[in-house]
Ligand binder design. Structure first.
Ligand code: NAD
Length: 415
């Protein structure tokens, strides 16, 4: 049984075969630079104490201070955190950002916490990892189960510890505390920028049908952006279930149903039926957006996919075995380390604004994001064409070539 970390490393090793690299570079990348574990005891609202397991992994800092989100989820574990940190390393490199990769997490069901417990846990996380993070060392951000409120508490706690207001220690903050305009939909917008830029190459036409697995932050924003551009959303799912509307959803009604708690609230509306969650993949459509969690498409269900294009907004949603099946079916995969890199790119914009004491307009953020996504999508497509490899392998080749160049420039005694 391969773990998420094994799968991620495998992709990097495959990419290395297409580059003439000193084997020392890859050897170094087989292990994380720094993996820290802590226990976070917090006082619960009922007066009891609960202890939560927490991690922070800085995977590689060859390209700069490390960057990566903090996940609050009941399935968080060391292997997953390390795998996501390695993905972040590759993602920052693909986008040519001056960052290495990191990730953090707490093993907790965030829905079981009250607001005050969530705040206590967020502040405890920063106290435990204050020696690891820092604006020039390691810069966290939100991920599954955390949000801008979490980032505000964390920034405040860090500022108290170091004795000065330090907004650049963390990104994804509320705009009132130095967050960037345009961060909320940046992940989806980055993927949307690529889809628009490559629509002709991908054979996408106005009215193309889209199914979305995972109707959370990334999935909902994606639905809004593509629907406004004339695409038809025909199926969506969340952890509670899935709904199918062959003629297309009214996007306003869909968002309202989700705001009331769950997408299956839509079932029963005209032309909408509830389907089992795992049947969403098999729905007749041109584009499948994966915006839930990792390993959702595997050897056992890949063959049921009808879409010609898969957009990976989630990290690691397709296993390497499923990659092989989908390649044989000629399905194009817009890989996670490129497709969902809009989030970290606008996080980088936020860090730059905080360090300069500046604020950019929404138009500036959107324009810079579009330029960055189109530039790196072109670079990935060029590698894929020249080397006759998938977009995923091409993205890893581009990332690895940049990381290796930085390692080489740092000198051989760093090995
Ligand atoms: P989120 O928690 O807001 O949304 C996740 C959604 O997936 C929820 O609606 C949840 O109900 C749904 N879900 C969970 N299990 C499911 C299942 N088995 N079937 C269908 N749906 C299921 O999280 P998010 O921020 O939207 O992130 C989603 C993914 O995108 C994660 O993998 C995350 O790491 C990745 N990502 C997010 C960002 C970002 O900026 N939000 C950036 C990069 C990558």
């Amino acid at each position: 049984m391969f773990t998420l970390f094994d799968n991620t490393l495998k992709r990097l090793i495959e990419a290395a075969e297409h580059l003439d690299l000193d084997p020392g570079f890859l050897e170094k990348l087989k292990n994380a630079l720094e993996m820290t574990q802590a226990r976070l005891p917090i006082r619960m609202d009922d007066g009891s104490t609960k202890s939560f397991l927490a991690f922070r992994c800085r995977y590689d800092d060859s390209l700069g201070p490390t960057k990566g989100g903090i996940r609050f989820h009941q399935q968080v574990n060391g292997d997953e955190v390390m795998a996501l940190a390695l993905m972040m390393t590759s993602k920052c490199a693909v986008m040519d950002l001056p960052f290495g990769g990191a990730k953090g997490g707490v093993k907790v069901d965030p829905h079981s916490l009250s607001n005050m417990e969530h705040e206590s846990l967020s502040r405890a996380y920063v106290r435990a990892f204050a020696h690891v993070i820092g604006p020039d060392r390691d810069i966290p951000a939100p991920d599954v189960g955390t949000n801008e409120k979490t980032m505000a508490w964390m920034m405040d706690e860090y500022s108290t510890i170091v004795g000065k207001r330090t907004p650049a220690v963390i990104t994804g903050k509320p705009v009132a505390l130095g967050g960037s305009l345009g961060r909320d939909d940046a992940t989806a917008r980055g993927a949307y920028n690529i889809i628009q830029h490559k629509a002709r190459t991908l054979g996408l036409k106005r009215g193309a049908r889209v199914a979305i697995q995972g109707f959370g932050n990334a999935g909902m924003h994606m639905a809004q952006l593509v629907a406004a551009d004339g695409y038809k959303i025909v199926a969506v799912s969340d952890s509670k279930g899935a709904v199918h509307a062959p003629a297309g959803f009214d996007i306003g009604e869909l968002l309202a149903a989700k705001r009331c708690g769950r997408v299956i609230n839509m079932a029963g509306s005209a032309g909408v039926s509830e389907i089992p969650g795992d049947e969403l993949l098999a729905v007749d459509c041109e584009v499948l957006v994966l915006a839930a969690l990792e390993n959702m498409v595997h050897k056992g269900n890949a063959e049921s996919i009808t879409a010609r294009l898969i957009v990976e907004l989630a990290n690691g949603p397709v296993t390497p075995e499923a990659d092989e099946v989908l390649k044989a079916m000629n399905v194009v995969i817009l890989p996670d380390i490129l497709a969902n890199a809009g989030g970290v790119t606008v996080s980088y914009f936020e860090w730059v604004q905080n360090r300069e004491g500046d604020r950019w307009t929404l138009d500036q953020v959107h324009a810079r994001l579009k330029t960055a996504m189109e530039r790196e999508a072109d670079a990935v497509w060029t590698y894929a064409r020249e080397k006759n490899i998938t977009l995923r392998t091409a993205a890893y080749v581009l990332a690895l070539s940049r990381i290796a160049a930085a390692m080489e420039a740092l000198g051989t005694d760093k090995f």
